[in-house]
Design a protein. Structure first.
Length: 93
């Protein structure tokens, strides 16, 4: 089976997406879920979105995409983070 691919996105592709990416990877590893991933800035999304199965973003994605987008903000704030982590894990199973 092909591994699913996740794109982590923030405004610059450096700061908040790194924090969310690390937490999602750790959570999914604990759940026995492996996936491939990349991290980019929001401006690059339209050109590469179709290469991914899921986008987790800490900023608004102002584009119409064929890929589901989940907000990573709860993972940053802690408010509702478990629910979002569970949703991401379910999407990758």
């Amino acid at each position: 089976m092909t591994k699913k691919r996740v794109l982590f996105v923030c405004a610059t592709g450096i700061a908040t997406s790194t924090v969310v990416e690390e937490k999602v990877i750790e959570y999914c590893k604990d759940q026995g879920i492996e996936f491939d991933y990349d991290q980019r800035n929001v401006a690059s999304v339209p050109n590469i979105a179709d290469d991914f199965d899921l986008i987790v973003a800490t900023t608004n994605i102002p584009y119409k995409l064929n890929v589901p987008v989940m907000s990573g903000l709860p993972i940053l704030t802690g408010w509702g983070s478990q629910e979002v982590l569970d949703q991401i894990a379910d999407a990758l199973r």
